[in-house]
Write a protein of this length. Sequence first.
Length: 209
Amino acid sequence: MAITNYTNLQTTIADFLNRDDLTAVIPTFIQLAEAQINREIRHWQMETRASGQQSAGDQYMQIPNDWLETIRLHLTGSGTSAVTMTSRAAMADIRAKNEDISNVAPYYYTHADGQFELYPTPVEDTDFELLYYQKIPDLATNSTNWLLTDAPDVYLYGSLIHSAPYLAEDARVAVWAQMYSAAVQNVNSASEKARYSGSGMTLKVRGLG
């Protein structure tokens, strides 16, 4: 059976386990696999952009609900300027020494309480764009997604890994884990190859005369 959606993924998992009494728990195996997948896969299809405006005097910026990891944060008002990530300790030290600098756009950010803390605090409404890795859409809500289409083996073996402790079949964990790791590595490698597929040799044309 081809694995094309959430329903036949569940059926295939049951077939691999040769069990017909796991209907209630197979969705949990998939959910656990999805959490692991989001930690371990970084693919160009996970990249997305969010733009908005940070209000004057607002030190903290909201993070998108599907955010996994920041690629780049920059301001987009007058030209483009990067906002650089710093540690929480460094941010605290900067604020302790300098307080806020007037009339300067934010140029540092750090993570604080599930948000981005900006420094300096914007003194005026400030446009920004965030490029980030988003969570892969979960199958319970979306039925299918790009990863299930491109690499169903990631979902299958990832789910089987999490079935083994439940079924007390620890001996099979190594088998499923090896297959899963190979599938994840292939997905990440394919993404890296795609990023640089257009950066090959450059054609040089000689001038005449």
